[in-house]
Design a protein around this ligand. Sequence first.
Ligand code: GLN
Length: 496
Amino acid sequence: MTDLTKLTLAEARDGLKAKKFSATELTKAFVTAIDKGNGALNAYVLPTPDHALAQAKDSDARLAKGEARPLEGLPLGHKDLFCTKGIRTTACSKILDDFKPPYESTVGQNLWDAGAVMLGKLNNDEFAMGSSNETSAFGPVINPWRRTRDGKPDNAKLVPGGSSGGSSAAVAADLCLAATATDTGGSIRQPAALTGTVGIKPTYGRCSRWGIVAFASSLDQAGPIAKTTRDAAIMLRHMASFDQKDSTSVDTPVPDYEAALTQGVKGLRIGVPKEYRVDGMSKEAEESWQKGIAWLKAAGATIHDISLPHTKYALPAYYIVAPAECSSNLARYDGVRYGLRVAGKDLIDTYENTRAAGFGKEVKRRVLIGTYVLSAGYYDAYYLKAQKVRTLIKRDFDLAWDKVDCILTPTTPNPAFGFGEKSGDPLAMYLEDIFTVTVNMAGLPGISVPAGLSSEGTPMGLQLIGKPFDEATLFRAAQAIEDAAGRVTVKDHWWA
Ligand code: GLN
């Protein structure tokens, strides 16, 4: 039999329906691949093989009765930011310790109700704060991709992006068919770009945030990382839903995104914002951007120069809004209600001990910045200003939608980088998000799709930004890029 782990989600779905293999065989193939490969990649922080095989057995029973649900028997990885009922959920922080949630996130429940199988919980940056997956309490995730330098293989370890680095690495390394992820400032799209996978952050309100460990509530969104545009389309359809339990969830129908893929891009108006040509952008990013423009044009789209004048303020404003909300959300980790407790001589001492021991360096940095910008005297100067900038950024996009249907930019300024290259310099790390944060600030959908390889043989990603709730158009345009660029996959499975 062929290696089932190499199938796309759509191929596996069709193979199960055609009874070419069973859900149990498919799941076992992934359980074996995780057993062999996870030691080297550290993508999963908690494989759940027994749980997966029990779900697969149930799927096989349904498949046999002809009662298959849309994702019946398809094995997925699940970011550890999603609460899983009775299964340890840590957000990859020591502070949550051995927390076993008494409930399932809505996105997770939607997937399991559609028949999907959970292979385990995936690594991420602590509380989803980071761009390299180096801040996880479980240690970093290794990118399955390696560079070539001067035509020779270079075995230096590369980061898989973050915060959803476990999700991107697991998908790129065939340790799951697809994975859940979350994106507050780029954490779905940036890791997808650095691993040659497809990741979409839907419109704010498209997926329920209920049961997802909160980082910055006005920016957080769930979405998939997958091997292909089609797989991402299938996944998003079954992750998204209106949810009474999330007051920011929007009651609007979820279209069949897979059906939209056949529509092509003829006549679609694509905007190219001049402000995204920033200092420090690699030659490679510029080149892949130009290739993307040519591919879309050749497929029948029209290209339009546009201006998003407030782009340059997005990153500084994000790094005020996100830490502000983080400091407020993370106040709940007090050693009393969840996870870790390091007792002290009195209550205040217990809070301090617990938070000092439980949070990592990056999280502490954000809590300090956030507390500062929200404090009396600084609130107006920083937080309120940043919120005003946010409105201006949103207005830039609102004006652009008069002229174009979606916007094309690079996803990241550079391809995957090495460990430690940026982790000592928070500002260099924050620059990773320069093209992605605007999308969260404006609440818009954004997708990253592979656009070939860099001169070092590592993936480059292109980002498409869309109108609110118009993910379907993004999938169409992403499919056109994928058709032209081709899929990129790691040739040497060195971890297996
Ligand atoms: N890298 C960004 C940050 O550190 C975004 C993270 C995210 O999207 N969760 O805040």
